[in-house]
Design a protein around this ligand. Structure first.
Ligand code: PLP
Length: 440
């Protein structure tokens, strides 16, 4: 029996011994096509020579520098690059080790900003019921994933929640898209009033929902409406781009496509593309200037913030994305993947929705297409699809869960940006076989 605590404590997963490009090989010699980048992480595929050599160079020069003493040229250059491509006004970067840490950092930065402006009564966050922001206690508190939260609920800060922007399930048959969007914004406005506008620190949302329902993009105008409500009440808007950022949806930051600038953006996953654990928080200059001219320091910090090898890997990822024009590739391949999924599953009786943005796509599986009736949660269909897919040499990211009392089985696809048309076609074909086997 393994000494490792695996995710499933009763079962040891296959042992990954090598990985190259789109493929991961296990100790039995079986290969798997990585159609989900782990969890939307490996955006450049595996074993990319440019990233490996950048890491080697950095390890040889300087493997670690504590930020209480030093900064490093790689961390500075990475910050410059991230800001150069970021939405308007974002100008300050804080490097951490992953997505949850980025969310904790964002929440604390937002709170400290209000402390420094004398608005100490601002203690509340508003988030959406369909959301995942991480597994540490602060990030878990703002997230809406009930299954993940339940055992820890008494330890979590109280967060107000509003409906997600989940058109497939929630837009009424007689509602236009604009009417649906307006109803969501009205609900947010009402929640702001219920909590007291003067008490709220920030509204937190994923521009494209990732791990709680799968690749759900907002309706047009939704985030413009969010931005204007936040502005009206002096509330900060934190965009969690941990999954959907760093080129995954065809622009470096997904929120660019919604035409607004958040006050704070969190990124991780694709930032290090799996080569190193790294996340970051980007903040508006005015926000950090408030701390600069006030206490002079952000009361935060971890041992591994600004890690130079992680920064070197992330910087190399940025350079490869630019050099190889991978944002354009994501847009192109994203459309191909959508077309292929439509062709394969567009009239499948158990595929209710095919959705996503760029190379972040998902299927929602339903028992009955017309009524959108979900499968019995006890059947754990999403998990069976994953098992069958692994047997077929395919990695996909399964999600089950209940939002507003309705169960969902979702299959997330987040292939590397280097995927070819042939790779995508093979992914869709193996996925089709896996779904058929799981439904059998
Ligand atoms: N935020 C979002 C949107 C995520 O998808 C995730 C992870 O799936 C996180 C935060 C947490 O990131 P990490 O697992 O790196 O802590």
């Amino acid at each position: 029996m393994s000494h490792m605590m695996h995710r499933n404590l009763r079962q040891t997963p296959p042992v990954a011994v090598s990985a190259q490009g789109m493929l991961v090989r296990d100790s039995e010699g079986k290969t798997y096509i990585d159609a989900c980048g782990g969890a939307a992480v490996s955006s450049l595929g595996h074993g990319h020579p440019d990233i490996l050599s950048a890491m080697h160079r950095q390890i040889d020069r300087n493997a670690y520098a504590h930020t209480a003493f030093f900064t490093t040229d790689v961390a500075e250059e990475l910050a410059d690059r991230l800001i150069a491509g970021a939405p308007d006004g974002l100008s300050q970067v804080y490097l951490v080790s992953g997505g949850s840490e980025a969310m904790e950092t964002a929440m604390k930065l937002a709170r400290q900003y209000f402390v420094e402006t004398g608005q100490t009564q601002r203690t509340k966050f508003i988030s959406r019921r369909q959301s995942y922001h991480g597994n540490t206690l602060g990030a878990l508190a703002v997230g809406g994933n009930e299954w993940r939260r339940r055992p820890f609920a008494p330890l979590l800060i109280d967060v107000a929640r509003v409906a997600p922007c989940y058109e497939y399930r929630d837009r009424l048959p007689d509602q236009t898209q604009d009417q649906y969007t307006s109803a969501l914004l009205k609900e947010l406005d009402e929640q702001i009033h219920a909590s007291g506008p003067q008490n709220i620190i920030a509204f937190v949302a994923e521009p494209v929902v990732g791990a709680t329902g799968g690749a759900i993009p907002p309706t047009p105008g939704y985030f413009r409406g969010v931005r204007s409500l936040c502005d009206r009440y002096g509330i900060l808007f934190i965009a969690d781009e941990v999954m959907c950022g760093m080129g995954r949806t065809g622009t470096m930051y997904s929120i660019e496509q919604d035409g607004v600038s958040p006050d704070i953006v969190t990124i991780a996953k694709g930032l290090g593309a799996g080569y190193q654990p790294i996340g970051a928080v980007l903040a508006q200059r005015a926000l950090v200037d408030q701390l600069r001219k006030g206490s002079g320091a952000f009361q935060h910090g971890h041992t591994y913030i600004g890690h130079p090898v992680a920064a070197a890997a992330a910087l190399a990822v940025q350079k490869v994305i630019e050099r190889d024009d991978l944002l354009a590739a994501v847009r192109l391949r994203g459309e191909s993947l959508r077309r292929m999924l439509q062709a394969e599953f567009g009239s499948h009786p158990n595929v209710g929705d095919i959705r996503g943005r760029g190379l972040l796509m998902a299927l929602e599986l339903v028992k009955e297409r017309d009524s959108k009736q979900p499968f019995d949660p006890a059947r754990k269909l999403h998990a069976s699809v994953k098992t069958k897919a692994m047997a077929n040499g395919l990695m996909v990211y399964p999600m089950g869960g209940t939002i507003d009392g309705v169960h969902g089985d979702h299959i997330l696809l987040a292939p590397p940006f280097i995927a070819t048309e042939a790779d995508l076609s093979e992914i869709v074909s193996r996925l089709s076989d896996s779904i058929a086997a799981a439904l059998d």
